[in-house]
Design a protein around this ligand. Structure first.
Ligand code: F6P
Length: 551
């Protein structure tokens, strides 16, 4: 694998640094001076309408960012990913989540294997299973159809399915509910299982490795809950696990060890990263909830965005441009965080999903060649749906001292078109979206504040500087296809940034140390004094506090 090009050594980086040195953003002036600005900086990617015009950039700056992408070889690395080269260097793996949504008549051979036929073979089994559950043909041990599907998984084996299940609520089959257990805090299993009927509950244990402590612990808790509940109901439990548990994993041997019939297991492959896996069999709970046709639409939407990323020139390539703008803000304007603000209640878990996607991918300090990176990497992604965020943290985005680039996302068609008297509530909602991006971009000057008759002493507090960057993303409606497009959009934004920084966006070694230490500490927490005594002073004191206060 080629050595990454140090971005700071490129000519484009030099030009960007020179711009940043005396950069005075002036969105009001730029809009006045260039009537074509919005047209030039608005792009279409599949069904997404993406307005970049309220970013702190002009044509010349965008050209420098595109030149940076050219100099670091973004297009070549994108193509290497799409054709299955082992770009996940530290794990020596291909990175092929895009193959999960290739149409069945495509072909892609990787490491001597036709991945498209493998993908569609598993998809076919997932769809068949989904149909059986949805139609009532799949029954529990007592012959009752499934009413609740509980997905047990964490990280990429949870966040994608739960985010999409929430986002696509209007597509969920009536009478069928999904719940999700992820945290090893026993509260999660206890409260999620509360009120469920074991006879009508089906568990999907989702784990790429099938070795994750949280997931296996929760799976055992659920198995015990199921068997106890069925026994209490006087049901025969001999075939209970086979009828009430299925698994999704790349490690089918471990699935069998757990006691789940391999016939009830759906596989995937090590070239799918956990945080890129919701469109593999990891999405089985979602496929059951929304049905195979809607799931296929989601995959089709992701593929449409993949095709845009693969074919659009970089100067019109939305994921590439958004990733490059993030580099501009992070490395030249010292932004540390990035807000994602969906004006859609249905997307309320989207920021949490993006946190794993972006931060587990790009929170790295060494390049894929093992050298220290030459510049800051990663941003803290965060957000909440509008308008809730407006009444909580927007103050800091409008008037604080920190630069917080923000993505606003909204849909023309409401999922629930409600009226308040004569007022279409969705219109009120969207007016807030448009108003916020307007206020952030153009602000309010002291003279404008004074013109409202404001007491002079209060004028400074009521001034809005403006020049706070936003990207506006709109689509006709939040359909499965559009959700797929949004997910793939952010996957490729993340990829673009990782390529500029020269990092392996597909490993996650940073999660390992804590896991190892937790395992080593468990005996101390349980009372092993020798293990406790070998810990640092703070940890010893914390364990002692726990031991004293636990009844
Ligand atoms: O610990 C981090 C991680 O490996 C994530 O990357 C992954 O999505 C999550 O754990 C769950 O892993 P698994 O699907 O193997 O249980």
């Amino acid at each position: 694998m080629s050595t990454p090009i140090d971005p700071t050594s490129t000519q484009a980086w030099g030009r960007l640094a020179a711009r940043a040195a005396d950069f005075t953003p002036d969105l009001r002036g730029w809009f006045d001076a260039d009537p074509a600005r919005v047209e030039k900086l608005t792009h279409t990617a599949a069904d997404l309408h993406v307005d970049l015009s309220k970013n702190l950039a002009d044509d010349a700056l965008v050209s420098d960012l595109v030149a940076l992408a050219d100099e670091v070889g973004l297009a070549a690395r994108r193509d290497a990913m799409l054709t299955g080269e082992h770009i996940n260097v530290t794990e020596d793996r291909a990175v092929l989540h895009t193959a999960l949504r290739l149409p069945s008549d495509a072909s892609l051979e990787v490491d001597g294997q036709d991945v498209v036929s493998d993908v569609h073979e598993v998809l076919g089994r997932v769809y068949e299973f989904a149909d059986q559950v949805r139609s009532g043909e799949w029954t529990g041990v007592t012959g009752k159809p499934v009413a609740t599907v509980v997905n047990i998984g964490i990280g990429g084996s949870d966040l994608g399915p739960v985010m999409a299940y929430e986002a696509l609520q209007p597509y969920v089959r009536e009478g069928l509910e999904c719940r999700f257990i992820s945290n090893i805090d026993p509260t999660d299993a206890a409260t999620t299982l509360a009120g469920l009927d074991p006879e009508t509950t089906l568990f999907i244990v989702s784990s790429k490795t099938f070795g994750t402590l949280e997931t296996l612990t929760n799976a055992r808790l659920c198995r015990a809950w199921l068997l106890d509940g069925l026994e209490e109901a006087g049901a025969e439990t001999g075939t209970a696990v086979a009828k009430h548990f299925v698994a999704v994993s790349t490690n089918l041997e471990k699935v069998a060890e757990f006691g789940i019939d391999p016939a009830n297991a759906f596989g995937f492959w090590d070239w799918v990263g956990g945080r890129y896996s919701m469109d593999s069999a990891i999405g089985t709970s979602l496929a059951v909830a929304i049905g195979p046709d809607a799931f296929a639409d989601l995959l089709e939407g992701m593929h449409a965005m993949d095709e845009h990323f693969r074919t659009a020139p970089l100067a019109e390539n939305v994921p590439a441009l958004m990733g490059l703008l993030n580099v501009w803000y992070t490395n030249f304007l010292d932004a540390h965080t990035h807000a994602v603000l969906p004006y859609s209640q249905l997307l309320h878990r989207f920021p949490a999903y993006l946190q794993q996607l972006t931060m587990e991918s790009n929170g790295k300090s060494v390049t894929w060649a093992g050298n220290a990176v030459s510049t800051a990497t990663g941003e803290v992604f965060w957000g909440e749906p509008g308008t809730n965020g407006q009444h909580a943290f927007y103050q800091l985005i409008h008037q604080g001292t920190r630069l917080v680039p923000a993505d606003f996302i909204a849909f023309a068609e409401p999922a629930y078109p409600l009226k308040d008297g004569e007022t279409d509530v969705h219109e009120l909602f969207l007016a807030n979206f448009f108003a916020q991006t307007q206020a952030l971009a153009f602000g309010k000057t002291a003279d404008e504040v004074r013109a409202e008759g404001t007491d002079e002493a209060v004028v400074p507090a009521r001034v809005f500087s403006g020049n706070r960057p936003t990207t506006s993303i709109m689509a006709p409606a939040l359909t499965p296809s559009v959700l797929g497009q949004l997910i793939a959009l952010y996957e490729h934004i993340t990829f673009t940034q990782g390529v500029v920084w020269g990092i392996d966006s597909f490993d996650q070694w940073g999660v390992e140390l804590g896991k190892q230490l937790a395992q080593a500490l468990t005996p101390a927490v349980g009372g092993d004094e020798e293990v406790a005594a070998s810990q640092d002073a703070s940890t010893q004191a914390l364990v002692a506090y726990y031991r004293q206060h636990r009844s």
